[in-house]
Design a protein around this ligand. Sequence first.
Ligand code: C2E
Ligand code: CA
Ligand code: CA
Length: 432
Amino acid sequence: MKSLQSSLTPSPPQVLPEGDQASPLDLAVNPGCNLRLFKAGETIFREGDEADKAYIIESGYVEIFVGSGEEAIQLNVLGPGDIFGEMGIVDASPRSASVKAIGPCRCMVILASQIVERIDASSPIVRLMIAMALHRNRAFNTYLRAYSKSAHLGLPSPALTERSYTKSQQYQTILDSIKLESDLQNAVANHELRLFYQPLVDLNQKNVVGFESLLRWQSPTRGTVSPYQFISLAEETSLIVPIGFWILEQACTDLKRFEHRLAQMGQQQRQLFVSVNISVRQFQEPGFFEQLMALTQRHGVGPQQLKLEVTERVFLDEVEAIATINQCRAAGFHVSLDDFGTGYSSLNYLERCEIDSLKIDQSFIQKLCTSERAKILVGSIIEIARRLGLPTVAEGIETAEQRAILQALGCEVGQGYLFSQPIAFADAIALL
Ligand code: C2E
Ligand code: CA
Ligand code: CA
């Protein structure tokens, strides 16, 4: 057998160190056990075999090679602690190299099922990286197989094997999202994020009682990017934590400027709040509450002036997040349950966790005039909230008819294009 190392790199150890031999007794294979024992020279698997397991070497050595007989090229020799056979189970492809025990060898078996579920559950970006790494390894093995037959070949060429994954739509989508993520990281540093404001209107008095802050990204290359496109990405990568603090800082600064404007208008008595959307990931961040307190105190913003909008996702088993929410409420911050009615178990959450107001999801509001059932549901939500002592906010109001129905059903506050789209801070000040 030719050794790859003899032609490319220095040779690894090929002899078993003394005292590392498996005892003859161990060589009896115990079926129902996840240990496998291989005799010296035994083939563990061959190129082209179906891959259903990987192995961790407990004792002994194995050699990995491509090709066969005289033309075989040794790729590596692995020993205790090393894993082999993992490539095939990661992407369910046939073995691209063969493995043989050099001496008696004792291995722990890892079943494909133990790995596959974990990989499937990981982020698409991680899966793509794994696919690329495996592809490169396999391309190299394919090259070496060819090399073993005609040694005059040059170094592995990128064109040697087809990189089929680059052609898939999924690959493009993943690359786009990696680029978006890098751009977003720069966006924070380059001050490309802006807070827009959408007024919340008292449906009876018809005056603006507060604003919801909504994030916008003014990208020099992408234009205005909606949070629907980047917030979930920021949540996945935890970038939402620094962005979230920037949002809170900005919201407090703007809140003071709103107050200042009201004072100029001789309306210093008028109470105005700003609602800020807070992601579950932010509530899980250690020290979130302390930082929120420090930040509001620094700006001279009272906790009752800031509403924290949370979605029902917070209640899905997120114990730390719920504890932090309770801490915020105890300090006087108002917590509003956003997108109410779209989660799995909205009523259950209402029973489990105390909150201060309910925001009925826009999907109900938009069907209010066309679906009797939507109207009944909205009426029931408002009634339940009223009995729990919670004010309701309806979002996504686009027509005067929707507003009239909501008002008749007893909803207190409305938000939507009927009153105003989300607007820049300067326009929001002018709207007051
Ligand atoms: P959301 O909190 O449910 O915000 C309401 C969304 O509905 C906003 O979209 C708003 O522009 C849109 N909207 C308001 N009125 C109407 C209407 O009458 N008709 C229709 N069709 N849409 C209306 P936007 O600004 O694109 O935000 C989307 C989502 O992104 C938000 O949903 C929220 O979940 C998230 N988001 C926005 N800003 C932030 C932020 O600062 N932090 C976090 N964590 N999430 C944010
Ligand atoms: Ca919201
Ligand atoms: Ca909402």
